[in-house]
Design a protein around this ligand. Sequence first.
Ligand SMILES: Cc1ncc(C[n+]2csc(CCOP(=O)(O)OP(=O)(O)O)c2C)c(N)n1
Ligand SMILES: [Mg+2]
Length: 256
Amino acid sequence: MIRGTTESIRRMIRSETFPTPFCSGCGHGILMGAILRAIDELEWDLDRMVFVSGIGCGGWIPSPHFAADTLHVTHGRPIAFATGVKTFNPDLNVVVIGGDGDIASIGGNHLIHAARRDLDITVICANNLIYGMTGGQLTPTTPEGAYTSTTPQGNPERPFDLCKLVAAAGATYVARYSVYHVRPLIKVLKAALQHKGFGFVEVLSSCPTQYGHRNDLATPVQMLHGFKETCVTSKRAKKMTEDELEGKVIIGEFVG
Ligand SMILES: Cc1ncc(C[n+]2csc(CCOP(=O)(O)OP(=O)(O)O)c2C)c(N)n1
Ligand SMILES: [Mg+2]
């Protein structure tokens, strides 16, 4: 098997599950491809991996698409289930993939305590800034002022910076990129998978259907362009003033 080819990626997908349930322009498909490419480049055996996801569009990324053992569990509880899987089977590579609601809203407490324990799992948060699957309600990561189905006059709340949150809680590998930044994203996914301890990757993902069309980013291209404009690397951010950083999202490897 030659790695990095369409064939080597296809063997990791249950073909009967395609096409995916994602809307056109959804970034979760790009993230799905990046995760599979990371595993392919590492030459890891899917039989030694378990993927755990909760309810939400982000939860569809591994389940039922990955040709591996997948647990599709209660909304907000994938890290709790993953804790059990890893504790009982310490030799398996356990990967949680879920949305910002799943991981950081209803599942927020599991997130910080798994980070505090430095549990040896990888958590990939597909952050589309919204509850995508249930109609576009705000989440703890929705930017201040953003329009959602439950904040028609703009979000009055301050969002979590998930990377700062898990780093403060004790995570030993932390990184963030968007689905626009595919090559560096694959690189940090590989690092997080290989990391011994709690590895966290936040991935800004596009949701033109529920988020974009309410926030002047109605097309898939506008959403990706938005990530290109909004994201600044941690290296560049160091040279920017607080005013210049207003409204920007810092990307890169923060811990590890
Ligand atoms: C215990 C429980 N609470 C609420 C719901 C309803 N629910 C299902 S998915 C979801 C939010 C999905 O948002 P997110 O996790 O960000 O994933 P996305 O669809 O945006 O990828 C909610 C509130 C549920 N299924 N179970
Ligand atoms: Mg979401």
